[in-house]
Design a protein around this ligand. Structure first.
Ligand code: ATP
Ligand code: MG
Length: 146
């Protein structure tokens, strides 16, 4: 596992980072995102989706729990675990059905579902710096250049 560290100074920069990172994703990759409210998890995911060829509105699926995006370079399931706190609840969302290796899975609020995060999952940790600064750490199995 390699750890990469980035600093962004605006939502746009975080989206652009996600866009560049999307090139390294494969079907079946699970990306566990960590970070407070307003950290930029959705912004990062929006950039990833743009990089995969999706031209649509992307917001946190806080109430829907999961939004599916199909037809781009990869099919992607975008989860928001904000309201999930038990394995039963997670099971009820259909989460485990998405791990069949055909979908790329992004999860906001992975803090809430540690039992669902495999050791080999990609981790994206976003921390607030001063003002609009965000420190973004990515644990990834591969060497990447972004
Ligand atoms: N460097 C930055 N990167 C990303 N977002 C930033 C940055 N600076 C400021 N922002 C602002 O922070 C907010 C990030 O929102 P976003 O919805 O991506 O966060 P989130 O981590 O998904 O939060 P939530 O847990 O509520 O879903 C936006 O309002 C955005 O404009
Ligand atoms: Mg969000």
């Amino acid at each position: 596992m390699y750890t990469y560290r980035f600093t962004t100074a605006s939502q746009r920069e975080t989206e652009e980072l996600g866009e560049r990172f999307s090139a390294y994703l494969d079907p079946g990759t699970v990306v566990a995102m960590y970070g407070d409210l307003g950290a930029g998890k959705t912004a990062f995911t929006r950039g990833v989706l743009r990089g995969l060829g999706y031209d649509c509105t992307v917001s946190s699926p806080t109430f829907a729990i999961v939004n599916e995006y199909r037809g781009g370079r990869l099919d992607l399931a975008h989860f928001d675990m904000y309201r999930i706190s038990s394995e039963d609840e997670l099971y009820g969302t259909g989460f485990y059905d998405y791990l069949d290796g055909t979908m790329t899975v992004f999860m906001e609020w992975s803090e809430n579902v540690p039992f669902a995060v495999d050791e080999d999952a990609v981790k994206v940790r976003i921390e607030h710096g001063e003002g609009d600064i965000r420190i973004i750490e990515i644990d990834f199995q591969k060497e990447i250049e972004i």
